[in-house]
Design a protein around this ligand. Structure first.
Ligand code: CA
Length: 381
């Protein structure tokens, strides 16, 4: 089997109602999707993760101008070799960001091909499923104005609860006092309901304010506090871990085994959150997962991409070993963003659904999804 062609589909969709996270206003949905065809007719799909403020053309250009030519004619089952070939080729100008996202999108598609070739779900190729259902958590609580939206966000928490979510992640980073007002309103609205919260400031603050927020949330029983400081401030992460009671999470803006090695050796994280669409695909995810295991760090993937990224993340989550084993050990959970996104709901024939508050990991070969060409045509740039 040989790689015959690599197509990149750049999709965009303008949002009817723009929303904000701490770093800016999201006005459009965008995706960089990779389709790899082989000479035997097997086709694999991947996705290069596009951040909320990122244009999808950057990773698309890297795929087309940097990696496509070197992959045509190669055996798509040589995944580990091709991953390092791509990494070595791009080391001096890549290692992070959109170039790593490009490698990730290609790698996901290669694993999808391998799954179909061997007739197995990717979780099987990764070594087998530790879990076949995954509890999802609702990511949401974005802002429509910026500040002063505590009442509306409390109502949103009740909506997620009614939709079956018992885990929710609240976007903070809009000023510590506003953040606390939001958390107070959400906790009051939820009352005695059995819900665990997480918070994510998207590195809105420097160390002093990040610590202040963490101190004021000390009694909120948070599962984690995500991206408290900028990804470059690895020592700041370690300081948060030393001085705050809750678990510190991060890593959606870090990449590859080399990037995570720096975080782990510095003691920066309780919970690592690589995104499969930018950390290096399944191969990168596998490297990081094993490295994390050696450092006793939990891995809980970040997911904000399309239905392809969701499907890939589910296969990976299924195959992540429990970090701290016990009969009641904490299991990794699936980030399920609840903001409007046509490439999540319309890209595959079977979009993600909750069944009894859980998500079932697909067991069809590869990613276990069927792409809708009409959706590609409708949103292609
Ligand atoms: Ca985040």
């Amino acid at each position: 089997m040989k790689i015959k062609n690599i197509d990149v589909h750049v999709l965009k969709s303008q949002l009817e109602t723009p929303f904000a996270f701490s770093q800016g206003w999201v006005r459009q949905r965008a995706a960089t999707l990779v389709e790899i065809t082989t000479d035997t007719g097997v086709t694999g799909w991947g996705e290069a993760f596009t951040q909320g403020l990122e244009t999808p053309e950057i990773a698309a250009a890297a795929i087309k101008s940097c990696f496509a030519d070197m992959l045509i004619g190669e055996n798509p089952l040589d995944i580990e070799r091709l991953w390092f070939d791509m990494y070595h080729r791009s080391r001096d100008f890549g290692r992070k960001g959109a170039v790593m996202a490009a490698i990730s999108g290609i790698d996901i598609a290669l694993w999808d091909i391998a799954g179909q070739f061997y007739g197995q779900p990717i979780s099987q190729l990764l070594g087998g499923a530790f879990r076949k259902v995954v509890q999802p958590y609702a990511t949401g609580f974005y802002r429509l104005h910026g500040q002063g939206e505590a009442g509306r966000l409390a109502d949103e928490a009740l909506m997620h609860y009614d939709n079956g979510f018992r885990l929710m992640k609240v976007k903070l980073g809009f000023g510590v006092d506003d953040d606390i007002a939001v958390m107070d309103a959400i906790q009051t609205a939820l009352g005695s309901r059995d819900v665990t919260l997480m918070v994510d400031t998207n590195h809105a603050y420097g160390r002093r304010e990040a610590l202040m927020l963490g101190d004021r949330l000390a009694d909120a029983n948070l599962r984690w506090y995500e991206e408290p400081v900028v990804p470059e401030d690895i020592e700041g992460y370690a300081e948060m871990r030393a001085r705050l009671p809750m678990a510190i999470a991060g890593g959606e803006n870090e990449h590859s085994l080399y990037g995570f090695k720096s975080l782990f050796t510095a003691g920066a994280l309780d919970i690592a959150q690589p995104d499969i669409g930018s950390c290096g695909g399944f191969s990168g995810a596998r490297h990081i997962t094993i490295l994390a295991q050696a450092f006793g760090v939990e891995v809980n993937p970040h997911v904000w991409g399309s239905a392809i990224a969701q499907a890939a993340s589910l296969q990976w989550i299924s195959a992540i070993p429990t970090t701290h084993h016990s009969i009641f050990a904490r299991q990794p959970i699936l980030e399920y963003d609840q903001s409007s996104h046509p490439f999540r709901r319309e890209l595959t024939t079977a979009p993600l659904e909750l069944q009894d508050k859980m998500v079932v990991v697909p067991d069809a070969p590869g990613l276990g999804i069927t792409i809708r060409r009409d959706t590609l045509d409708a949103y292609r740039v």
